[in-house]
Design a protein around this ligand. Structure first.
Ligand code: ADP
Length: 596
């Protein structure tokens, strides 16, 4: 991205604050004029003192002059302080407001993105958060720098240059001559540093990512006693980062010294030139100080040029990925606008193939129908593509080829939000948010009354257990057991009351007792709805009305339990393996001996 491009992207964010910007700019202009006053006063003072001394005037006259000048200087400083305060305050206000808007707009935006955006390796949560954070902070720093540092300094410099030219063209030319040289050095410094900065951003992202994954997998790390290895890995990034930082500093300091040297040379040239002009009677003695002070105003922003370059470059690098995130239109979920009055639940996949963004082909020419108000089980070994089908049915992803129909209409034409309002999901692990049980159930239908929540909890067979907790519905939901959390998720669905329900291995993470306990709630939620269940539980599979058997992304069999079993195909193999894993012989012997 180039600087003009970056500014073009920032403009829409700055537009609502036009007034604030105008105030800041006005104050900047006033401030820049005020900044030159000292040079003029000093010239006047030196020249006047010179006149007094040559004329051998009494001390009192000199003191009167100094008194008057002090008053003028004091008045100027008061005005200058007020202007600076206003300028900084408005600049800061602008920065804070724009930062808020940046941050809100990116959250608003990514919420509209399809699931593929979140599951892509580039957007792992740590990386995404760092990128957004770094983008916002560097962009807002840019806004702040522009209005608080860059603009006043450059306005000062330009006015100072004009004053120098006005007083003496030759001295003015020396002042101007230094600028391209500075710009050249600043640019060279900036381009040298860009590579380091990009590298630094990568280090920062992967460091944050590592720390997050470290916290996530702390149990595994500890159980395998891998702390030393993990620490070593972290140390490696840290060391590389330090080296990179040192290299950055070295380059910075080297260029700073060169710039300083050039500046001092310019000062010397100005002294020599003005001294010559004074001696040759072309200007007064006060002009020496006058020009040196003005040149100080010219070189002040240039001295900061590397920092400005640094920050603009930072903003360019970090904002690149910020705007990439903000502007990835292809990530927006396709909308559709079909909203039927009633959803029946008649689903059909026709020649559906699907490939994940990373290239994994998960489904190959899959066709089958799901009858409304029936329970359809998807059976297959892990990786067969069962969850992928659920992802497609919920429009989290769209088929690469083929179509999916709901009640005879292509899923793509449905309004996505409307569709999801009519679909409920129970997953292996349902996300229980930080908050109370009440809030977690209420997520199913915001604004539900306490009675409705209790009703839903009763239907999910969890009400009694909630009542046993000291805080009842106000207890922390995350402290519930896995089975209880699943039932909270089911209660949430009772509130939502969708006609279609997907159950993706809802009992996979539960022990036998918890599975038994949630059976009632699952049976209750399945009633009178179109249900698709992915499960490794024999009882849930047998309970279904239809079974679709999948293998390596293809549908290999479909039908009912008895027929499929009799077929002695894939279903027979999977079913037998499940039954054998239960050690049914021993179980039945145990149960029989118990009966005797
Ligand atoms: P199942 O539910 O039958 O266990 P999945 O539908 O989860 O199978 O997976 C089917 C295939 O797609 C597998 O090869 C899996 O690795 C791959 N897969 C699943 N989710 C993703 C994803 N988000 N990105 C890339 N590949 C995926």
């Amino acid at each position: 991205m180039t600087i003009p491009q970056l500014f073009k992207k920032i403009v829409p964010f700055a537009k609502p604050y036009r007034r604030l910007i105008i105030y800041t700019l006005l104050l900047t202009v006033v401030g820049s004029f005020a900044a030159q006053i000292n040079a003029f006063i000093l010239r006047y003072t030196v020249d006047q003192i010179n006149v007094l001394m040559v004329a051998k005037e009494p001390l009192s006259k000199g003191m009167y002059l100094v008194g008057m000048i002090s008053i003028v200087l004091l008045a100027k400083e008061i005005i200058y302080a007020l202007v600076q305060f206003g300028q900084k305050f408005y600049g800061e206000k602008l920065r804070i407001y724009i930062a808020r808007d940046f941050s809100q707009s990116i959250v608003d935006r990514i919420l509209t993105y399809r699931l593929a955006f979140y599951t892509s390796a580039d957007n792992e949560s740590g990386k995404l958060a760092t990128r957004i954070d770094a983008g916002i902070s560097s962009l807002t720093r840019l806004v702040q720098n522009f209005f608080i540092d860059i603009l006043p300094l450059f306005a000062n410099a330009i006015i100072a240059l004009i004053c120098m030219f006005y007083a003496n063209v030759y001295v003015g030319l020396v002042g101007v001559a230094v600028i391209p040289l500075y710009l050249y050095i600043g640019q060279a410094q900036a381009s040298k540093l860009t590579g380091f900065r990009r590298q630094m951003r990568n280090y920062r992202e992967s460091k944050n990512n590592r720390i997050i994954s470290l916290i996530d997998s702390i149990l595994v790390i500890k159980s395998f006693v891998r702390e030393p290895e993990e620490a070593k890995r972290h140390e490696k990034i840290q060391y590389e980062m330090t080296e990179n930082q040192m290299a950055t500093r070295k380059t910075s300091f080297l260029y700073d010294s060169i710039k300083n040297f050039v500046e001092q040379i310019a000062v010397v040239i100005i002294i020599v030139l003005t001294a010559y002009l004074v001696l040759s009677g072309q200007i007064t003695i006060g002009a020496i100080m006058f020009h040196i002070m003005l040149f100080n105003n010219v070189s002040a922003p240039i001295r900061q040029l590397h920092r400005i370059y640094d920050e603009v470059n930072d903003a360019l690098i970090y904002s690149e990925s910020f705007f990439e995130i903000l502007e990835s239109d292809e990530q927006i979920e396709s909308k559709g606008n079909y909203k039927p009055v009633h959803i029946h639940g008649d689903l059909e996949l026709r020649h559906v193939s699907f490939e994940y963004p990373n290239g994994t082909v998960a489904l190959k020419d899959v066709s089958f129908a799901i009858k409304p108000n029936e329970i359809t089980a998807l059976v297959g070994l892990s990786g067969a593509g069962k969850s992928t089908i659920i992802n497609l049915l919920d429009k989290f992803y769209e088929p690469s080829h083929g179509q999916i129909f709901l009640d005879g209409v292509d899923l793509a034409s449905y309004d996505t939000a409307f569709l999801r309002q009519h679909i409920g999901m129970v997953l292996q692990r349902n996300h229980i948010f930080k908050g109370t049980i009440f809030e977690n159930i209420e997520y199913g239908k915001m604004g539900s009354s306490r009675e409705e929540i209790i009703e839903a909890a009763k239907k999910a067979y969890i009400h009694e257990q909630i009542m046993e907790l000291p805080k009842g519905y106000d207890a922390d939901a995350q402290s519930l057991s896995g089975g209880q959390q699943q039932r909270i998720a089911i209660a949430r669905l009772f509130l939502k009351n969708p006609p279609i329900i997907f159950l993706d291995e809802p009992t996979a993470n539960l022990d036998a007792i918890a599975t038994e306990q949630i059976k009632n709630s699952l049976d209750a939620i399945k009633k009178d709805r179109t249900v698709i269940i992915v499960s490794h539980s024999i009882s849930q599979i047998i309970d279904s009305n239809a079974i679709v058997v999948m293998e390596k992304g293809c549908v290999v069999e479909k039908g009912q339990h008895e027929d499929l079993y009799a077929n002695k195909g894939t279903y027979y193999d999977i079913f037998s393996a499940m039954a054998n894993s239960l050690n049914l012989n021993k179980i039945s012997r145990t149960l029989q001996s118990d009966e005797r």
